[in-house]
Design a protein around this ligand. Structure first.
Ligand code: SF4
Ligand code: SF4
Length: 74
């Protein structure tokens, strides 16, 4: 499942943006957002989601359970 950013908790520090291997993170209306279609949960690039690892605010980059899990190419 792709990750999402809880806008109300995001301080717009921008730490996550350059770390995403899929360039899925961008600034929008003063907060940072993840484009779900681009987020692969960092599968194939890193062992852990880079946005989660970089974010200084706990539980701000979280799994969006309402969306389907990313399927890595076979
Ligand atoms: S989990 Fe990885 S691919 Fe998804 S938004 Fe975060 S850094 Fe980008
Ligand atoms: S690292 Fe966290 S607080 Fe900083 S811009 Fe990204 S989601 Fe927002």
């Amino acid at each position: 499942m792709p990750f999402k950013i809880i806008a109300s908790q995001c301080t717009s520090c921008s730490a996550c943006e350059p770390l995403c291997p899929n360039v899925a993170i961008s600034e929008k209306a003063g907060s940072f957002v993840i484009e779900p279609a681009k987020c692969t949960e960092c599968i194939g690039y890193f062992d852990e989601p880079q946005c989660v690892a970089a974010c200084p605010v706990d539980n701000t980059c979280v799994v969006d359970t309402s969306l389907a899990r990313y399927q890595a190419p076979a």
